[in-house]
Design a protein around this ligand. Sequence first.
Ligand SMILES: Nc1ncnc2c1ncn2[C@@H]1O[C@H](COP(=O)(O)OP(=O)(O)O)[C@@H](O)[C@H]1O
Ligand SMILES: [Mg+2]
Length: 241
Amino acid sequence: MTKNILKIEDLNVAYGGIKAVKGASLEVNEGELVTLIGANGAGKTTTLKAITGTLPQCKVSGHISYLGQPLKGQSSFNLVEQKLAMVPEGRGVFTRMSILENLLMGAYTSNDKAQIEADIEHWFTVFPRLKERSAQMAGTLSGGEQQMLAMARALMSHPKLLLLDEPSMGLSPIMVEKIFEVIRNVSAQGITILLVEQNAKLALQAAHRGYVMESGLITMNGLAKDMLDDPRVKAAYLGEG
Ligand SMILES: Nc1ncnc2c1ncn2[C@@H]1O[C@H](COP(=O)(O)OP(=O)(O)O)[C@@H](O)[C@H]1O
Ligand SMILES: [Mg+2]
């Protein structure tokens, strides 16, 4: 039996008079890497913010359940306790703290020192660039390294669902490849991921399933490998055909 981790039904979000999300539904099952692709302004970030309950000024309707429980207006502290982790657009690492200190912040709900140390060692094997630089201030890292740190910090909380908002944004092609390598690796470890991306090709190549969002609507969804062959996806998002 596949276990439903996240289920969004008929989500609507309006910023004042502007409808950003218009009846979107999507779900993520345990162990899946699901990608939500779409152009700039489609409503992807708004959808993620609806999940984390960080849309204070907005009209939000619809139903979101996480681990079978309705999610509504949770504080971010509760989200960490519930093992829901988000790496926002633009990363948001603590720039005046070292890499190691950032990782410890990711584990702030735990008192188990041995476990925390083991987790840091584990994630250092996935993110070797961070290990080499563990005493360095996060603010001195490159954009790609900061993205890796933001992901590693989120993973320190043992998330049951990891939300990634455009991890490849603004990175060099080589760094983009590296970030996707890491995302595949994390997914292969069984961690459930919802990946928002504008880089549709790499996202669909990494994901099990995908959704396309256009102007606040989910217009396509399916197995990622089928979507890569879909003429509409090819024309609109892959620059082919
Ligand atoms: N804080 C905000 N106030 C008003 N409109 C917003 C705000 N944030 C996003 N929007 C609008 O909502 C729509 C969806 O934005 P967003 O969810 O950020 O899209 P995406 O992440 O797909 O680029 C866009 O038209 C955007 O201009
Ligand atoms: Mg966005």
